[in-house]
Ligand binder design. Structure first.
Ligand code: FES
Length: 365
């Protein structure tokens, strides 16, 4: 928290502590949650205030809040601590039905763009002509790469209960360990959560901790350490993970990423149609078939911008493109055909001298 934030009295709750503190839940824009603030006593029309980074965390911030009723002219006034509130950004009003309690919730979202990297800003939420809340934030520093992981906050999530099929698998994994070592099952159980829900939500992390008798922070550590766990929702059709490490990069990974950007949108964010998310990841261990991408559970290899574009189009059309090499080769055999072991005699045993092995004669009776 910066000095200006402290001066402004920002109550930034901790990453975990803040999660789930709001009863209704608020669907936040995709991006890292900067901070969240529960409703203050006496606040009339701005509750559950969230700040999230936009696609570019150095320049974009979305201020979101809930209003108990419709309000007129919801907006955010923003400026710098020294310059005051010089700019007004109107908020967009959306309503949704909370998946947990079925209550209709009115949310306001003010998307602020054109900010400067690593800069302190002050803002105030205004509606019905009155200031509802004033506070401050700081944008991400310049040069920061896109966030690979985001905090989960109290993103509205559906039921965190395991399905019957998942529960059977959970029991399978639990049965592998004695009761006092059940936390050893944390990885496969988190994976089951992700297979069922598409991502690992904060309530699910708490549930797994409870199930394994582990402190929540320990499960959180595991979920945030392993890059295979998605800590925010991803596209419902396909999660495209393009390898950007050296062999793939030298063979055209940057061109593949451009295709993803053109066809899906910003890296690490759900596409507008909600079907896709794409990410750049480190080596996936298929360097012989570079450049490649993992899409959902399978590897797509020897890709070109054209073949990847077609694969994405096919997923969008509801098809299931086949995984494997898109250069027509089998597994990772040499791209221009085999160069060694061309003569079958070298491996079929026909050139070998017949040997009489010891101890092969029938035992004398
Ligand atoms: S560098 Fe891409 S799979 Fe290894």
């Amino acid at each position: 928290m910066t000095e200006s934030m402290e001066r402004a009295g920002v109550s930034r709750r901790s990453f975990i502590g803040g999660a789930g503190a709001t009863a209704g839940g608020l669907m936040v824009a995709s991006g890292q949650v900067l901070w969240q603030q529960a409703a203050r006593a006496g606040t009339v029309t701005a509750e559950q205030v969230h700040l999230t980074y936009g696609a570019d965390p150095t320049r974009e911030v979305v201020v979101s809040w809930v209003t108990p009723t419709s309000v007129s002219k919801p907006q955010v006034q923003i400026g710098t601590p020294s310059g005051g509130f010089g700019r007004t950004v109107p908020a967009e009003t959306r309503t949704y039905t909370d998946s947990n309690n079925g209550i209709e919730t009115i949310t306001q979202h003010a998307s602020i763009e054109g900010l400067h990297p690593g800069t302190d800003y002050v803002y105030r939420i205004v509606s019905d002509g009155e200031t509802q809340l004033s506070s401050a934030f700081r944008t991400a520093p310049a040069g920061r790469s896109a966030f690979r992981f985001t905090s989960v906050g109290d993103i509205a999530c559906g039921d965190t209960a395991f399905s019957k099929a998942s529960l059977e698998k959970v029991q399978f994994w639990l049965a592998k360990y004695p009761d006092h070592k059940r936390q050893s099952a944390v990885l496969p159980i988190l994976w089951l959560v992700q297979k069922q829900e598409g991502w690992v939500s904060e309530p699910a992390i708490r549930k797994v901790a409870d199930m394994l008798s582990m402190p929540v922070i320990r499960v959180f550590e595991v979920a945030t350490f392993y890059t295979m766990f998605m800590l925010e929702p991803v596209g419902t059709r396909a999660l495209v993970q393009v390898c950007g490490t050296t062999p793939c990069m030298l063979r055209g990974a940057n061109d593949l990423m451009k295709v993803c950007k053109d066809k899906i949108g910003a890296k690490d964010h759900i596409s507008k149609d909600g079907l896709f998310t794409w990410q750049e990841v480190e080596c996936l261990g298929a360097c012989c078939n570079a450049p490649m991408a993992q899409i959902n559970d399978y590897y797509y290899e020897d890709l070109t911008p054209e073949s990847l574009g077609k694969i994405i189009d096919d997923f969008r059309a509801g098809k299931k493109p086949k995984p494997g090499s898109y250069a027509g080769r089998k597994t990772s055999e040499p791209a221009a055909g085999p160069k060694t072991l061309l003569d079958p005699k070298l491996y079929d045993g026909s050139a070998a001298k017949k040997l009489k092995l010891p101890n092969t004669a029938p035992a004398a009776s």
